[in-house]
Design a protein around this ligand. Structure first.
Ligand SMILES: C[S@@+](CC[C@H](N)C(=O)[O-])C[C@H]1O[C@@H](n2cnc3c(N)ncnc32)[C@H](O)[C@@H]1O
Length: 384
């Protein structure tokens, strides 16, 4: 057995033992696809660096193969430009814009999609092509189409897939529009899986997936909170679903990313006591609720000292510890962001502070609403 095949088996064993890999057909795919073909080079984070610095690691270097068979996301592009192969000297900083997602998450999502032999599947976010190869192995090349936004990333994925012996249909374009050749009408796909996140569910997906078909996508936003949703299409342009357990996050689809902003300047505003502990919006689900309540806001800060800055109106929030215990909030601008966040957090707390899996989503052409518990429970409209 080659080293690579051995490392694949070891990883597949570990993912079986921890309960991630439950379907033998997906275990078979995990054992068959050599992840190193998709990761000739990648960026490793420089430990302790702030802001994070990335150092390229190339094929054949010490630890290159071993890292590929740990259950880790490996970054392959920064700022929509820099690829590890382009870096000739030293390390660099930047925002990750493409990667090979950690194998446990990719395999868990393929299983959660409830995909069956014969299904036609659309994947959005080809990235390195590793997840695409797993899908092509399991379903057959002719059943899978994958869309990648970035032409350079798309070309590299096409070459890697070819080298691995897979030939799914590949598209370079905006996957938020789905498959440009799908046409209008009854729906072409049985399943859609996205490995980038979205602020709302693109309408094209709801027409290209057949009624009864499923969409698996991470909902996220400009405060970087997220939840993985599994929706069932109920008719052309409509869907409903639940959020799933776990802690899933993905880089946001490029057209849904926050617009560039100026350097943050904190300005005076109206001050009052806060009715909630601001630290709650720094937690996994508290941050999700705050983002639902203030979807155009970016969140910064930590603990009791939180900052929200609404990208569309410039409205600001600053929270601090109060002088005599409690917390103080300062608000400025046309949108009283903290009023909204407080109300939302208190509704969530009254519902027992469920994790994202206690939420659901209902989508139509008119609105997209995320709710707690049941469709008639407390909810918030996504910024469609
Ligand atoms: C986390 S990576 C994908 C991981 C990949 N599935 C893998 O296993 O290697 C996300 C990818 O989504 C792509 N992306 C972002 N916005 C997109 C869009 N609107 N349409 C298609 N792809 C998009 C990014 O360029 C990036 O390559």
């Amino acid at each position: 057995m080659t080293t690579s095949a051995h490392l694949r088996t070891v990883l597949a064993d570990a993912l079986t033992e921890d309960g991630t890999l439950t379907d033998p057909a997906w275990r078979d795919a995990a054992e068959a696809v050599p992840r190193e073909l998709f990761l000739g080079s990648y960026f490793a984070q420089v430990p302790g660096s702030a802001p994070t610095r990335y150092l390229p690691v190339h094929q054949g270097e010490d630890g290159w193969l071993e890292a590929i068979y740990t259950d880790r996301t490996l970054i392959t592009q920064l700022d929509g430009r820099a690829r590890p192969g382009d870096v000739t000297n030293g390390s660099l900083t930047g925002d990750p814009t493409s990667s090979s997602t950690l194998p446990s998450l990719v395999l868990r999502m393929w299983q959660q999609l409830e995909v069956e032999a014969g299904h036609r599947v659309l994947e959005v976010g080809t990235g390195t092509g590793y997840s695409t190869a797993l899908g092509a192995h399991r379903l057959g090349d002719d059943r899978l189409t994958s869309v990648e936004y970035d032409p350079v990333v798309g070309r590299a994925a096409a070459a890697a897939l070819k080298a691995a012996g897979y030939a799914p249909r590949l598209i370079v374009g905006d996957g938020l529009r789905g498959d440009p050749d799908a046409g209008a009408g009854a729906g072409t796909y049985d399943r859609l899986i996205a490995t980038c996140s979205v602020r709302y569910v693109p309408m094209a997906w709801l027409h290209q997936v057949k009624p009864g078909g499923k969409i698996l996508v991470t909902l996220s936003g400009w405060s970087y909170a997220s939840g993985l949703a599994l929706l069932t299409v109920t008719g052309p342009g409509t869907a409903t679903g639940r959020l799933l357990p776990g802690f899933t996050s993905f880089m946001i689809a490029r057209p849904h990313d926050r617009p560039p902003r100026t350097t943050l300047a904190l300005l005076p505003g109206e001050e009052r006591p806060s009715r909630i502990d601001p630290a709650v919006i720094g937690t996994w689900t508290g941050g999700w609720v705050a983002q639902l309540a203030a979807p155009a806001a970016e969140r910064m800060g930590a603990g009791a000292e939180q900052i929200l800055w609404d990208v569309s109106t410039g409205s600001q929030v600053r929270t601090t510890l109060g002088p005599d215990g409690g917390w103080t909030v300062l608000q400025r601008g046309p949108v009283r962001l903290w009023d909204r966040v407080e109300t939302a957090i208190r509704l969530w707390q009254a519902a027992g502070e469920p994790h994202q899996e206690g939420f659901g989503i209902t989508v139509s052409a008119a609105r997209q609403r995320v709710w707690i518990g049941a469709e008639d429970g407390p909810g918030w409209d996504l910024p469609v």
